[in-house]
Ligand binder design. Sequence first.
Ligand code: FAD
Ligand code: DLZ
Ligand code: SF4
Length: 509
Amino acid sequence: AGVLRLVLGDQLSREMSCLRECNKSQDNILLAEVREEATYVKHHKKKIVLLFSAMRHFAKALSDDGYDVIYRRYDDDNNQGSLLNEVKLACSQHSFDKVVVTFPGEYRLLKSMQQWQHQLEIPVEICDDDRFIASLEQFSEWAEGRKQWRMEYFYREMRKLTGLLMEDDKPIGGKWNYDQDNRKSLPAEVSPPKPYTVSPDDITSEVIELVEAEFADHMGDAKDFNYAVTRDEALEVLDQFIEQRFKEFGDYQDAMREGNVWLFHSHLSFYLNCGLLLPMEVMKAAEQAYFDGVAPLNAVEGFIRQILGWREYVRGFYWHCMPDLQQENYFNHQRKLPDFYWSGHTNMNCMRQCIGDTKRHAYAHHIQRLMVIGNFSLLAGLSVEAVNEWYLLVYADAFEWVEMPNVSGMILFADGGNLASKPYVASGQYINRMSDYCKNCGYAVSKKTGKNACPFNYLYWDFLIKHRDKLSKNHRMGLIYKSLDRMSQDTVDAMQEQAEQLLSAIDDA
Ligand code: FAD
Ligand code: DLZ
Ligand code: SF4
């Protein structure tokens, strides 16, 4: 008898460990669109279209190549509703020796899969997900050897391990990190190229209809979906990034512009995370672009650091820290999300733009997620659980292994500083420096108090005052507390009062 090989919606690669040694004449490959995965949070419509369409295309390519594929569509009459029940049904209809899966991207699913063999009464083999460069053991070994974890040191180990951008044992160019060069604001005369788009084919069109019908109350709109859904298309996105945007990627990595969410970013996270692209091939292509003189070192190193550094680091961090990570709430923040997280209707133009971009595209770039929406979420004391749920459902690249460390660790400091060395909070000044949002805002970014003062300003100082006991000992916060201490008591009182008003308005809404 053969083997049942289950491929999840974010594992759409021929290189997947669960497909290795697949015997075409005996084994079956199962992919299933199921209610449980599609609704445990109300994923953005475009995220569901992306995954279902990419799953259908991937399954078709496997069948065309002679594999025996069992594909369960969402609207099949006998859809079993969950991955386990789909596996059960397949096992009752065929006789399999065992089930093989690749390690999933979520603790919830791993714990469930570890129990499957008791329910199925055949062995369930969970193979490592070796799309990642660092194994979970490698991360834990690295982490256990030190008191303080910093991405930068982990990243250097990864550079040495892979040899990426290395010359003998030294980093090319002499420095490990060129982040200092990557903080330019975007001059008005610079116009970023249009992003890659592709018109929906029959498969995608059918999925769009399905999603509009079945997930009508989820965020966003499925109709104008135009992302890549096959490996070939995703490779085109990669090529186009390297040809058209890579040169400026570094310089404008932190910049934001009203009406342009795409800028010089790569837009590859959708495809890296669902399996259409592999991290190593993307980094090799980036390195080659440096050797070919297509992009400068600050862009190439910065890009490789995002993938070899941050992406690998957060994944190791997630599995090392779960399940405790899920419970962390350093500041004990409990506030519900304001309605504008769903509607986008707020007078704060930066939040209106970033949430609007998110709703339209199931995408926002890093600084929008971090320094606008994330910044507000921490300053306003929003519930860690609610913010995690929001980030997991709104972005098409969101899976818990990458979403939770970024949210609980990076933006909310809910882990008390294991991931980030200090909270990523900033006043309106930062947003004004890196974007053109403040020009079209009813609030005045220059004002800390008074009728139209920018909320980021007084919330920022209010946050620092409230959490002085937890933060002032952090040596990276010393200067900020010194400037707070130089402010007049009247200003401090006024800022605290205005913050209180805004926060009560959220509570009372
Ligand atoms: P680029 O700017 O072109 O970067 C290249 C690649 O680097 C990305 O495709 C991504 O794979 C990787 N990368 C960059 N930053 C990070 C990071 N902090 N963590 C992990 N990988 C990174 N990324 C996700 O893939 N899924 C998420 O659910 C997610 N949630 C986030 C939540 C918050 C609060 C924050 C601050 C960041 C989050 N990120 C997440 C990281 C980052 O914002 C996205 O990876 C990036 O915006 C994707 O767009 P891009 O492909 O154009 O990225
Ligand atoms: C996110 C998602 C969605 C929306 N739907 C499915 C699905 O129907 N079938 C499936 O196999 N996977 C889906 N996924 C991705 C899984 O939720 C993902 O594998 C886990 O969250 C682990 O990363
Ligand atoms: Fe955002 Fe304040 Fe600027 Fe308005 S003034 S866009 S609220 S930072």
